[in-house]
Design a binder for this molecule. Sequence first.
Ligand code: GLU
Length: 471
Amino acid sequence: MTVKTRFAPSPTGYLHVGGARTALFSWLHARKHGGKFVLRIEDTDLQRSTAESINAILEGMTWLGLEYDDGPLYQTHRFERYNEIIQRLLEDGLAYRCDCSQERLDRLREGQMQRKEKPRYDGHCRGRKIDAGSPHVVRFCNPDTGNIIVNDLVRGKVVFHNNELDDLVIRRTDGSPTYNLTVVVDDLDMGITTVIRGDDHLNNTPRQINILQSLGQEPPEYAHVPMILGDDGARLSKRHGAVSVMEYRRQGILPEALLNYLVRLGWSHGDQEIFPIDDMIELFDISDVNRAASSFNTDKLLWLNQHYIKNDDPARIARLLSPHMGELGIDPSVDPPLVDVVAAQQERAQSLVEMAQISAFFYQDFEEYDETAAKKHLRPVAYDPLQRMRAALESLDRWEPEALHQAVVDVSGALDLKMGKVAQPLRVAVVGRAASPGIDVTLHLVGREACLRRIDRALDFIQKRMDESAS
Ligand code: GLU
């Protein structure tokens, strides 16, 4: 039988990292077994589902590269089919109409709470014949006795007793089907073999199995994956930082880094940390996922991101970096070529946002010197070396890294100074900070005109300091 998994988000917000991890696990399970992966949009809650959210989910899936073989399928397109099944259950006596008033249900609930019983519907309408034309809900006739055993691929054997369940509503008074019914019908019609989802749905599983069995069908396999916690142990939410997949994109995270991070949240393979997609597909096994919840660790995500930034093709990183340069008001299509900037900075940034920030000086004059760097390197002793550097640079025929390096060596030699004593003031003059790629590459990419202009600015800066201390 072909393995078929699905990701079934409700479009009521952005694509959450927890959802993305569930999607990744489902996708990996399908890919590993040469199966199919379906995207199903569970949009039956008309009040809370939005078109923006659907777009955000599709955008997130595309950005992560979790391509689906089928879908997106929309539950709102399938009401006729759900009603057909509800009708069948009604006709077979496996579901019934219920017109219990809210007051009655409230009273029932209060009594049960007072007696410290679990609140559940008492089956009052089971034998009653309620006219289809009058307002009613439809309830599934849950078996009263027996157990349901779920052999969960993650949690192991989980046993539920039918006497803990009640006759759940499968169609509301307004005619709309409820979650447990639609999921069962869809998983069945789509031939889903393995349901991988958050463990907040574990309690729905016995209900879904009962409905499936009443339709004469065998349940699929289930894998309920634990939730993701924030660093304080509470369920991961906005107050812990970014939770939306697209927010990570805005923060300059590469999709492969986020996927690598998510696959390791609750799953491991020895002590391996780096999992390019192909490794994940080969090594991932849903039954190796931990039962316990895992905590989100942003530092680790950044560490992985740095790894992928460092090791990827500069041309690709340049394409991904480009919009982040745009955010800073820089047009990355002008000189120097962005790909050369990336090659120079690839080892130095944990995110594309950081890379954009530390690369802005290649394209535009910086506003202010970093205070510590200026204090340390733009001192009166640096005036002469800088002035000589300026002259040496101005007279260069070729503005190439090798010649630029030689100029720094020559000036240091002539002044009998260590190279750093010349290169550091020069770097702060040109970059505004004490850190940048090699001075030769930096000068080369910044270009002659901007370098000379910035050295003049640094000379003025030092001169002013000298004037101030003299007065
Ligand atoms: N639509 C449900 C949710 O977003 C998932 C249902 C399922 O996977 O069975 O939580």
